[in-house]
Write a protein that binds this ligand. Structure first.
Ligand SMILES: Nc1ncnc2c1ncn2[C@@H]1O[C@H](COP(=O)(O)OP(=O)(O)OP(=O)(O)O)[C@@H](O)[C@H]1O
Ligand SMILES: [Mg+2]
Length: 236
């Protein structure tokens, strides 16, 4: 468990410069610069279609920007090919999505163990680590259940366990509570932020929900593929 130190002592977790991304004629990112400090919780906010998911996917190496650079720790991931980025994501990053994206045919414990097994760990060892996370997120009694046999909040906690089981440096979450009622969403956000704070994990999430964003240290506003000036955003 790492100790949270003052931000000036922490190196950046992610630096992105001059990001551009086109989808056909759509110009989804139009020159985005972002710097995120290690251990920081950042919420990316903006209207539908403004480029939030495209930015998140570029920072995580899910997609490669058409121009610009993304550095995670010491690695320029925008310079890696697709296989290199996939390897980097598997071993160094964690992901959580709006609908959890648990594999429906796998039990909760196997869903959580999967990233470790994909990275080459034997199932037995992977299950031991999976159970540590399931216990920690109060899911010990649900390990053998299929996703369809879980509530929305339980499924999101399984998804969170799966995202954290590899001890990622950065956790990415796209609308992590988008499919949940507001009470369950609050609980998932409390668990999510408590866990990333105690582990020192950097968290970058996308949300259009101010209550979700209120758990962050900082909000990044994006509109039409451009990050709004923080001062301007503050004066909205
Ligand atoms: N695969 C794609 N093919 C074509 N256009 C795309 C694709 N993905 C995104 N776009 C376009 O790029 C722009 C930014 O999309 P993006 O998904 O990043 O928005 P968003 O802010 O995440 O929106 P939402 O809040 O609705 O999820 C939009 O105009 C969208 O239509
Ligand atoms: Mg989106």
């Amino acid at each position: 468990m790492s100790i949270v130190t003052p931000s000036e002592a922490r190196p950046p977790a992610i630096v992105a410069r001059g990001l551009h991304k086109h989808y056909g004629t759509a110009h989804a990112l139009r020159g985005v610069d972002v710097e995120i400090t290690r251990g920081e919780i950042v919420a990316i906010m903006g209207p539908s279609g403004s480029g939030k998911s495209t930015l998140l996917h570029s920072l995580a190496g899910v997609i490669a920007p058409d121009a610009g650079e993304v550095r995670v720790g010491d690695t320029v991931i925008s310079a890696l090919d697709e296989a290199g980025r996939a390897r980097f994501r598997l071993t160094r990053l964690g992901f959580m999505f709006q609908f959890g994206q648990l594999l429906p045919e796998l039990t909760a414990e196997d869903n959580v163990a999967l990233p470790l097994m994909l990275a080459g760990m034997k199932r037995k060892s992977a299950l031991v680590q999976a159970h540590e996370w399931l216990d920690r997120l109060e899911l010990a009694g649900f390990a053998k259940r299929l996703p369809a046999e879980l509530s929305g909040g339980q499924a999101q906690r399984v998804a969170l366990s799966r995202a954290l089981v590899t001890s990622p440096e950065v956790l990415f979450a796209d609308e992590p509570t988008g499919a949940l009622d507001s009470l369950t969403a609050e609980k998932v956000m409390q668990t999510l932020t408590e866990v990333v704070r105690t582990t020192g994990t950097t968290l970058i999430l996308v949300t259009h929900d101010g209550r979700v964003a209120s758990y962050s240290d900082r909000e990044i506003f994006i509109r039409d593929g451009l990050v709004l000036d923080p001062a301007a955003a503050g004066a909205r």
